[in-house]
Design a protein around this ligand. Sequence first.
Ligand code: SF4
Length: 146
Amino acid sequence: MAFFKKSPWIFHYDGSSCNGCDIEVLACLMPMYDVERFGVINTGNPKHADILLITGVINQQNRGVVRTIYEQMGDPKVVVAVGTCATSGHFFTECYNTLGGVDTTIPVDVYLPGCAVRPEAIIDSVIEALGILEEKHKLSRRAGHV
Ligand code: SF4
């Protein structure tokens, strides 16, 4: 388990999902799964977030929004692609307006396939993201950026 001096904050964005994966993300935030026990807080502002949880495929309409969210987040940051739509485009890959998975537009650190993804797997991916975030913080400190 990663160790942090501050609580990592999550920003959740629904790319263009069917809402199946989003319901599971929300379940993680509710008392039954309670991801806050790991010190994680959900925020509505990407400028406050360390981890981006993103569901759904990238298409012509949301590409710019996803880029903007990513750029608004401070460094270091971690991106988790939640669900097979987000990891690869899934069965929307051949659609006329679909570009593919999240990594067609922004860098992805953690790939979490599944349709829909189970809450336990999402929590595991958040814990993995915390470890990656800590490593990125260490690299930034060594480089004198923090
Ligand atoms: S992976 Fe499945 S459940 Fe998740 S957004 Fe895509 S179609 Fe919906």
